[in-house]
Design a protein around this ligand. Structure first.
Ligand SMILES: NC(=O)C[C@H]([NH3+])C(=O)NS(=O)(=O)OC[C@H]1O[C@@H](n2cnc3c(N)ncnc32)[C@H](O)[C@@H]1O
Ligand SMILES: [Mg+2]
Length: 429
């Protein structure tokens, strides 16, 4: 019966059949060692010349890197093997002899690997990253579903902006102008008035002409939105969520974290509550550290790194100046020049992974913000209705999936965190 490498522990001593690709091999003349993978894991197939038909031996010899085959063999425990098992091969059937594989088992440049991303994702490292990405998604949804959140899907084609008009992706919607969504938030606010606690999970788009290790043009965001939850309640949900996600990856992705060589002791420390400093306190820290920084400016990556390095878990920076934040953010009632928002800054220099805030729930103030931000009221008439018909205090946040994956995996660049990265000057493959 055909099984998978991940389930070999259920078949110790048994003869099994696997569908695999051979990603490497070595031979001692009388024994061939086939490095096999099937997407669920890797195992070494051992072929002994005098124990199989010549035809099987020759078929094995003909295998090239990434050739596909069925292989039969007896599962044998071997604690020297990463998976704990080896396969004593008794038969094999070639499915396809791969052409000369472009990604040889050696170093390649980033652009070459990105040009071959459709093949690069087969490598053990990239597979490990994508498995951890999948676990992060699973654990986020599990946490939110258990906490009474409902998944709601916002539109991707939208008539207006949410996060400013400088990085909108414009397209045509028949005769009308349309924009790829920057954030599902505004629609999540409508959904929260219907279902209480909701979240969206999907691609979002920012035409940002910035080539940094944190920015993608298309990235995936999880956007929870909660009716009757205030600023502090928002932070508490975020820190519990991140604690749960990190613990889930530590529990369920041990092998993948080992493949990446990730120092998991740093992840073990990620426990709520997370430290909170205000924007004012952050400015004070920077200025005392000799950084030339003016109140009212936004933080850049170096500032976030310096501020976070004093902490071993994510840091909330709260209450930024109203003037540098989005139109929808609720001002602090006692100090209107700052808003009830927070960025969550990951440790180890990974920067902002979450942006969130309490939303303006006062109709007059929101009308005023549309004028201040020169936003066409007609495009937001539906959004104003949320304040005309039973407005309530509500808050939410956007978790950037790729930046979270980069931090938890300990990666240098977000391009490895998404199956097919869209970056400045790259939309292929
Ligand atoms: N529902 C909400 O309240 C979300 C809110 N409307 C929003 O979009 N906030 S954000 O612009 O800070 O983006 C949120 C997160 O989205 C990530 N982000 C934001 N922009 C990017 C780019 N360009 N590449 C990768 N990741 C990005 C990053 O982790 C940010 O913290
Ligand atoms: Mg932000």
């Amino acid at each position: 019966m055909i099984t998978t490498i991940a389930k070999l522990n259920e078949h110790i001593g048994e003869e099994v059949k696997l569908g695999v690709w051979m990603y490497n091999k070595r031979s001692s003349g009388k024994i061939q060692f086939l490095q096999l993978r099937d997407g669920s894991g890797t195992v070494q197939g051992v072929l002994v010349k005098n124990q199989v038909d010549t035809k099987i031996w020759d078929n094995a010899k003909s295998l090239t890197q990434e050739s596909s085959l069925y292989v039969w063999g007896k599962v044998r425990e071997d604690d020297r093997a990463p998976s704990g098992f080896e396969l004593d091969v008794t038969n094999l059937e070639v499915i396809h002899i791969a052409q000369e594989y472009p990604i040889a088992n050696k170093e390649h440049g980033v652009d070459f690997l990105l040009d071959h991303r459709h093949l690069w994702i087969r490598s053990e490292r990239q597979r490990a990253i994508l498995k951890i990405r999948a676990e992060i998604i699973r654990s986020i949804q599990s946490f939110l579903d258990k906490d009474g959140f409902s998944l709601v899907d916002p539109p991707v084609l939208t008539p207006s902006s949410c996060e400013g008009t400088t990085n909108l992706f414009h397209t045509k919607y028949f005769e009308e102008d349309a924009y790829l969504t920057q954030s599902g938030q505004l629609y999540m606010e409508a959904a929260a008035m219907a279902l209480g606690r909701v979240y969206s999970f999907g691609p979002t788009f920012r035409a940002e002409k910035s080539k940094t290790r944190r920015h993608l043009i298309e990235f995936w965001m999880i956007e929870p939105e909660m009716a009757f939850v205030d600023h502090e309640g928002n932070l508490e949900i975020q820190e519990k969520l991140i604690e749960h996600v990190v613990q889930s990856v530590l529990e369920n992705c041990k092998l993948e974290l080992k493949v990446l060589g990730r120092d998991t002791s740093k992840l073990e420390k990620i426990k709520a509550p997370f430290p909170r400093i205000t924007y004012d306190e952050a400015v004070d820290i920077l200025q005392k550290a000799g950084v030339d920084f003016t109140w009212g400016d936004d933080f850049g990556a170096p500032h976030e790194t310096l501020l976070a390095e004093a902490f071993d878990r994510p840091l909330f920076i709260t209450e930024y100046p109203t003037g540098i934040k989005a139109f929808y953010m609720k001002p602090n009632p006692n100090r209107p020049e700052v808003v009830l928002c927070a960025d969550m800054i990951a440790p180890e220099g990974y920067g902002e992974i979450i942006g969130g805030s309490q939303r303006i729930d006062d109709p007059e103030l929101l009308e005023q913000r549309f004028q201040e931000h020169e936003l066409p009221a007609k495009d937001y008439a539906w959004y104003m209705d949320l304040r005309r018909y039973g407005t309530v205090p509500h808050s939410g946040f956007g978790l950037g999936l790729e930046r979270t994956v980069a931090w938890i995996c300990g990666l240098d660049h977000v391009r490895e965190t998404i199956p097919f990265p869209r970056m400045l000057n790259r939309m292929y493959p």
